[in-house]
Design a protein around this ligand. Structure first.
Ligand code: DHB
Ligand code: FE
Length: 281
């Protein structure tokens, strides 16, 4: 049977992708950001997942204001990196896993979570930057990736609890897939940041660290953080953190935190990263 062995939480700051693509990772500004992912890349190589299930948000790239699905599951055979204004990032095409994705769609929708099924979708920095920080710059991504795009762009995004419960439904789906696959789930976005209006530039390290602590130790409490608290404490774009609860909901109640990295600043945000291993895997 398939199983989820671990969860990865990480930021998706677009400038991190630019730093890699332009060979700037050894610059003074970027070195400490990438230092914190060295262990993660080793861990990832050891883990050697068969599939990555990647929860992220689209930034008005695949979807514009005419259509904003709350949860959109990528069931296609491949997902091309989108042109976000400067040409597509020079990263490999993302290969999907249509068979597992269709199984997840069936299981999760019959479990009463009404996903949107995407048979064609371009992917932006929300998905490609986490792959870059975890896998570096391979010719091809080392395994298929199933994207799940979550609306955090237009109010109202889903609640943390809804995301957490969806994670549990995704776990039930993967646990019932016949093939023996090692799946690693990513929850991406965040951490605290605000890109607009009077509080642009806001970073709240105390909140971010507490969020990471809760994720490991008391995920149910973490999943109850309200939209208002995210807005007040983590800034308007800090709401991206709700996506980490999908990842956490898909893991065991008790997990082992094998790695954490936190660094300020990277562009307008704090970079946050955590790796949690399931005990049951
Ligand atoms: C930045 C962060 C994001 O999450 C994003 O989607 C765009 C920009 C930033 O920090 O610059
Ligand atoms: Fe973002």
């Amino acid at each position: 049977m398939a199983r989820i062995s671990a969860g990865v939480g990480c930021s998706h700051v677009p400038a991190i992708g630019v730093a890699v693509d332009q060979g700037l990772t050894e610059d003074d500004y970027w070195r400490p950001v990438f230092k914190g992912f060295e262990k993660s890349r080793e861990w990832m190589a050891e883990q050697n997942p068969d599939v990555v299930f990647l929860v992220y948000n689209d930034h008005c790239t695949a979807f514009d204001a005419s259509c904003i699905p709350t949860f959109a599951l990528g069931c296609a055979a491949e997902f091309h990196p989108a042109d976000e204004g400067w040409g597509p990032r020079p990263v490999p095409v993302v290969k999907g896993h249509p068979e597992l994705a269709s199984h997840i769609a069936q299981s999760v929708i019959l479990d009463e979570f009404d996903l949107t099924i995407m048979n064609e979708m371009e992917v932006d920095h929300g998905l490609t930057v986490p792959l870059t920080v975890m896998f570096d710059q391979p010719e091809e991504w080392p395994c298929p990736v199933i994207p799940l795009a979550v609306n955090v762009v237009q109010y109202p995004p889903p609640t943390g609890n809804r995301c957490f419960q969806l994670g549990k439904a995704i776990r039930r789906a993967i646990d019932t897939y016949q093939e023996d696959l090692n799946v690693v789930i990513f929850g991406t976005g965040g951490m605290s940041h605000q890109l607009q209006a009077e509080r642009a530039g806001l970073i709240n390290s105390d909140f971010d660290k507490q969020f990471l602590d809760l994720l490991t130790e008391d995920p149910v409490k973490g999943s109850k953080i309200t939209h208002l608290e995210y807005l007040r404490e983590a800034g308007s774009e800090g709401i991206e953190l709700v996506m980490w609860h999908v990842m956490r909901g898909a893991l065991d109640e008790k997990v082992t935190e094998v790695h954490r990295h936190y660094h300020v600043p990277a562009s307008n945000t704090a970079v946050g990263h955590i790796i949690l291993e399931n005990h049951s895997a």
